[in-house]
Design a protein around this ligand. Structure first.
Ligand code: NAD
Length: 460
């Protein structure tokens, strides 16, 4: 049995029956049996169902937000923001999926000396969607919406820490009209995910940590199936000496502490030009001290509890190492004594590059800040981790920012903004941050396989 706990007080909300290897195999057989029928429906039928799902998200916003907030600890205002922003992503897919699937004429036969060349796009088949808990609507719908629109059937495993939300998504998709066997939910943790990978799936789309991503890649390797991994980050930002300090500090503090820092693209380390270092620290601290920490049910809360209790130990160890090696804790640094997985918003200045705080994903309300002397030094430091998800620069000078961002080895780059995802742009990580892209037309094609047609009319 899977026990769902409220991270704000440690109390059990509900227990759920977990899937076993046998029930997962049976679910795979159902999804496999349905796939050709689902793909054979006219595109407009599939799109109409997804549009109804979109409308149901809008209609049930409050109930869905309360469930997500209760089981993950996400402040309810931020839970509402996530659900409110999901229809915009779905609209992008609804507008662009049909054209992404359309057959393309590569060459007329006259151009090739007699052979017409055509590219068609076919669904992969049955795909596994193994998901994370931190933004279940975003990371889930980035996968299952385009997968379903393009004619795949989906075995969806929400995180064990967002299972109630996963079941709500399941119920809404079926209420909207998705056939029972075209989208099937699997409940459980790592063992259920692993048993899902034992099935003859044709693709695995995973969102989660680098450590689990490695296991997924290994399990999928011998199957030769489509593998897409959206993993963690250690996202840096650089504050140049020409900025409006207050604006940069406010933007970066929000990027670091939104959802208690539990975003794959949260700001995790900041490099500040020495000329503005002290004034930046003052403004940053002012912004962080303004955040209210507490009950995620309250509309006034900005920083709630951590979803995973184990993360508190990681944050404590990062703080202990940083202070032992000469960094300064400007605020926070400790877990709260009250029940629940609360950690004080923590700002650490003079953080050396070799600290775990500056190299390993913290995934919590903590930030390391370091002084740099030049753009060149900032560039070198920003690229100096195994992760490559996002990187940002704050500067008044567009040319300077552009030159720095062009040298970033990361999937997304930001000028005077951070922690931003757009459905029109590919969401993609490099190195330990992942393989492949969701969102954008590239993220629709991820669910399709091309077929090359060489068509020669018989000689008469
Ligand atoms: P996680 O790796 O612990 O778990 C992710 C999923 O994998 C869960 O559903 C889990 O049950 C499943 N799983 C665990 N072991 C498995 C196994 N052996 N085989 C198959 N499935 C298995 O990650 P998490 O704690 O849920 O999420 C946090 C991580 O996700 C962070 O590193 C964060 O940066 C990353 N993330 C990345 C993105 C992105 O778009 N790049 C988005 C959100 C989260």
């Amino acid at each position: 049995m899977l026990s769902i706990k409220n991270p704000a007080n440690g109390q059990t909300i509900q227990t759920l029956e977990e899937d076993t290897a046998a029930t997962i195999a049976a679910k795979f057989a159902r999804a496999s049996g349905e796939q050709k029928k689902w793909a054979a429906l006219p595109y407009s039928n599939r799109a109409a169902i997804i549009a109804r799902f979109r409308d149901l998200l809008v209609e049930r916003l409050e109930e869905l937000a309360q469930t997500m907030s209760q089981e993950t600890g996400k402040p309810v205002t931020q839970a509402r923001n996530e659900i409110r922003a999901t229809p915009g992503r779905i609209d992008f897919f609804l507008t662009n999926a049909e054209s992404a699937m359309r057959e393309e004429l590569a060459a007329e036969s006259e151009a090739t000396g007699g052979t017409k060349e055509v590219i068609s796009y076919e669904p992969l088949g049955v795909i596994a969607n193994i998901s994370a808990w931190n933004y279940p609507y975003f990371v889930g719908s980035n996968v299952f919406v385009p997968a379903l629109l393009t004619g795949n059937t989906v075995l969806y495993k929400p995180s064990e820490m967002a299972s109630l939300t996963g079941l709500k998504i399941d119920a809404l998709l079926h209420e909207a009209g998705i056939p029972a066997d075209a989208f099937i939910t699997i409940i459980g943790g790592g063992a259920a995910g692993s048993a899902l990978l034992d099935q003859k799936i044709q693709g695995v789309f995973f969102t989660g940590s680098y450590a689990t991503g490695q296991k997924i890649a290994q399990a999928a390797a011998s199957k030769m199936i489509r593998v897409q991994l959206e993993l963690g980050g250690k996202d840096p930002a650089y504050v140049c000496d020409d900025v409006n300090i207050e604006n940069a500090a406010e933007s970066l503090a929000e990027g670091a502490f939104y959802n208690a820092g539990q975003s794959c693209c949260a700001i995790e380390r900041i490099y500040v030009h020495e000329k503005v270092y002290d004034s930046f620290l003052d403004q940053f601290l002012k912004a962080v001290k303004g955040y209210s920490v507490g009950d995620p049910k309250s509309d006034a809360t900005f920083v709630g509890p951590l979803t995973r209790a184990q993360q508190l130990d990681i944050l404590e160890a990062q703080v202990a190492e940083a202070t032992a090696k000469g960094a300064r804790v400007l605020t926070g640094g400790k877990r709260l004594a009250s029940p629940g997985n609360f950690f004080q918003p923590t700002v650490i200045a003079d953080a050396d590059q070799n600290l775990r705080l500056m190299r390993e994903e913290s995934f919590g309300p903590i930030i390391g800040i370091q002084k740099v002397r030049s753009d060149a030094e900032a560039i070198e430091r920003m690229n100096d981790t195994e992760y490559g998800l996002t990187a940002g620069v704050y500067s008044k000078d567009e040319k300077r920012a552009h030159e720095i961002l062009a040298q970033m080895d990361s999937g997304s780059v930001y000028w005077n903004c951070c922690d931003r995802v757009s459905p029109r742009l590919p969401w993609t990580g490099r190195r330990h941050s992942g393989i492949g892209s969701t969102l954008s037309v590239i993220g629709i094609r991820a669910f399709l396989q091309p077929k090359a047609w060489h068509l020669r009319a018989p000689k008469t």
